[in-house]
Design a protein around this ligand. Structure first.
Ligand SMILES: *[C@@H]1O[C@H](CO)[C@@H](O)[C@H](O)[C@H]1NC(C)=O
Ligand SMILES: *[C@@H]1O[C@H](CO)[C@@H](O)[C@H](O)[C@H]1NC(C)=O
Ligand SMILES: *[C@@H]1O[C@H](CO)[C@@H](O)[C@H](O)[C@H]1NC(C)=O
Ligand SMILES: *[C@@H]1O[C@H](CO)[C@@H](O)[C@H](O)[C@H]1NC(C)=O
Ligand SMILES: *[C@@H]1O[C@H](CO)[C@@H](O)[C@H](O)[C@H]1NC(C)=O
Ligand SMILES: *[C@@H]1O[C@H](CO)[C@@H](O)[C@H](O)[C@H]1NC(C)=O
Ligand SMILES: *[C@@H]1O[C@H](CO)[C@@H](O)[C@H](O)[C@H]1NC(C)=O
Length: 339
């Protein structure tokens, strides 16, 4: 473009040649050459700065429609699994992700939503098995297998996975080796979805009720952490846990601290932060998540039903205690919020 412009002005100049004096001609030629030079330079500079800017954006921010197709993209992968052939999808890139969460934060529900996508394989809480997180080498071996598409679970979409990942709880070895794991995520181009709950008091109710049900087995003698019908949800929510109000505040602080430590440890990993409550209120957020994962947008569904609905005072045995303890503290908002 710049060159076209230059040669065009030179042609014009040549046509006018006979009328002008040699000195003016030389001066004009010099001016035109300078202008052309400066123009070309400024275009080059602009392109260079645009390239650096977009590579910074890709690394740090929860965004990116991968507009930089011609730049090397460390988030696109072409795995060659040992257990099967990617066949017609071998040319489609695969994104690597990890869902970082805590127990009873809606991550089971979230994962069923993701897995309802035809191109997403989220392989569950792989690190709930102790052997796999005994030391950093078994963690890395396990991750390598997942990201090579060789982890076969009911969630695997095999050939045509466009995003593959797992769910990783903070207490499943993740925070035991934060530096090594962050280095792995950055080196292998893994994106993180932090899924947390805003209302940590509701989370506490869910933790206590779930651990009670582990022994009580309220649904026909089987323990269930997630349910698929309103009847089952109602049965489970009949149990009202007792919350120790002496340790309540320090327990809430501890949960907050764990969340912020996780965010700090992986803040250089490409990530997005998602809150369970926001997803419940606004399913459009799932579009943001699909864009973040770089998969085609489609409606996502889950059969899971929420267990504890309605105001919180209906779900806590010693409500008055709890209400009094949190009244006037930074956690008072947890008493009122609906979700
Ligand atoms: C790591 O843990 C695995 C599984 O428990 C074990 O087989 C392996 O020997 C351990 N490796 C090291 C280096 O400790
Ligand atoms: C998603 O899966 C479908 C069906 O398996 C496949 O045809 C399509 O190419 C996949 N899309 C991507 C982006 O991999
Ligand atoms: C549990 O028992 C109830 C009543 O006997 C029955 O209606 C229900 O289908 C059973 N549910 C399961 C999951 O077996
Ligand atoms: C409540 O927590 C306090 C402090 O951790 C502990 O000393 C006490 O035994 C607990 N009470 C009950 C009933 O568990
Ligand atoms: C990441 O967290 C560390 C530790 O809290 C902090 O020192 C650093 O400034 C953070 N970096 C970014 C990019 O937020
Ligand atoms: C729902 O989420 C979408 C995507 O994040 C956002 O654009 C929209 O404003 C949200 N709607 C409401 C009502 O908050
Ligand atoms: C909680 O405590 C406050 C102040 O003591 C009181 O005004 C409020 O009605 C209580 N809320 C419930 C739902 O019991």
């Amino acid at each position: 473009m710049a060159e076209d412009l230059c040669s065009f002005s030179k042609d014009t100049f040549i046509i006018k040649l006979p009328k002008a004096s040699p000195l003016i001609l030389r001066m004009t030629l010099l001016v035109i050459a300078t202008v052309c030079g400066v123009y070309i330079c400024s275009i080059c500079l602009k392109q260079i700065s645009r390239q650096t800017m977009s590579s910074i954006e890709v690394i740090g921010t929860p965004c990116c429609n991968l507009r930089s197709k011609n730049l090397e993209d460390r988030y696109l992968h072409y795995p060659q699994p040992e257990s099967f052939n990617r066949a017609e999808c071998a040319g489609n890139p695969v994104r690597f992700f990890v869902i970082i969460s805590m127990q009873r934060s809606g991550s089971g529900w979230f994962e069923t939503l993701l897995n309802s996508h035809i191109n997403v394989s989220s392989n569950g809480e792989i690190f709930s098995i102790k052997d796999r997180r005994d030391n950093i080498s078994s963690i890395i071996k396990t991750l390598d297998r997942v990201y090579n598409l060789d982890w076969l679970s009911s969630a695997s979409k095999n050939e045509c996975s466009a995003a593959v990942g797992l769910k990783w709880m903070l207490n499943q070895g993740l925070m035991g080796y934060p530096e090594e794991i962050a280095e792995y995520f950055n080196r292998r181009g893994v994106s993180a979805i932090f899924l947390f709950r805003r209302n940590l008091l509701r989370r506490m109710v869910s933790v206590l009720a779930n651990s009670f049900d582990r022994y009580a087995k309220l649904l026909n003698g089987t323990h269930k952490s997630h349910v698929h019908s309103p009847d089952e949800a109602e049965t489970l929510s009949k149990y009202k846990p007792f919350i120790n109000s002496t340790s309540l505040i320090s327990n809430l602080q501890e949960a907050e601290l764990k969340m912020s430590q996780a965010l700090a440890s992986f803040n250089k990993t490409r990530h997005i932060i998602v809150y369970y409550e926001d997803l419940i209120k606004n399913r459009t957020k799932l579009v943001d998540i699909q864009d973040f994962l770089g998969v085609p947008r489609m409606p996502l569904t889950s059969r899971q039903v929420k267990i504890h609905r309605g105001p919180l005072w209906e779900h806590i045995k010693n409500w008055d205690d709890v209400n009094k303890t949190l009244h006037g503290t930074a956690y008072e908002r947890f008493l009122h919020a609906d979700y």
